[in-house]
Design a binder for this molecule. Sequence first.
Ligand code: COA
Length: 200
Amino acid sequence: MHIRGFQPRDTDELYRVCLRTGDAGEDATALYTDPRLLGEVYVGPYLALEPQAALVIELDGVASAYALCAPDTAAFEAACAATWWPPLRERYPLGTFPAGSPDDELVRTIHDPPRTSPELLREYPAHLHIDLVPEVQGRGLGGELIRTLLTQQARVGVPGIHLGVATTNLRAIGFYEHLGFSTLCVDGDTTVMGLRLTTA
Ligand SMILES: CC(C)(COP(=O)(O)OP(=O)(O)OC[C@H]1O[C@@H](n2cnc3c(N)ncnc32)[C@H](O)[C@@H]1OP(=O)(O)O)[C@@H](O)C(=O)NCCC(=O)NCCS
């Protein structure tokens, strides 16, 4: 298994990786009626708008892990607002799913996506997501994916990177701390962690 760049044919498999890890690191398949919706929110925009930053690991020919990154979060959110969310809003009007269901929460996110605070972006303008299906977890590959991504982002001059992780996902928080990230704030159910990058 080795790390390679994203290819468009990976898209459906990476949406499945997202669903299989989408409940604070555990399988979210049973939570959602629509199996693509989680990927449309948390994976699709990165593949469409930042494909050069997306890294993939295959297991037996199936894309089984990804690390995704937006080097400039403010620009990424603006691009999502211009091109990614509008067609999704047409496909998923408010009220598509029962009020309060997990699918409904994602549809609300599509219609009113959060914006990252400018204070956070001053020092940590980039952000990332990483998910590995259970078959490839715990083998050092997540660390390899993150280190590769951080090296690439430092090389292009990104000064700092942040991420959001479910506060209950203690395994992932320990993983990020091990890799040098520290907690910047806790915002509801989400812990925001950051790392300054240097090119030295
Ligand atoms: C969290 C996740 C990305 C970690 O990837 P992984 O491949 O399982 O972790 P690795 O085996 O690469 O571990 C990398 C390093 O971190 C260390 N580490 C892993 N988990 C740790 C923990 N909870 N506490 C301390 N160190 C930890 C490992 O010992 C290893 O150290 P080394 O490189 O010095 O040998 C992966 O398990 C995963 O995708 N989980 C499900 C989805 C998820 O939670 N995603 C994050 C959402 S924000």
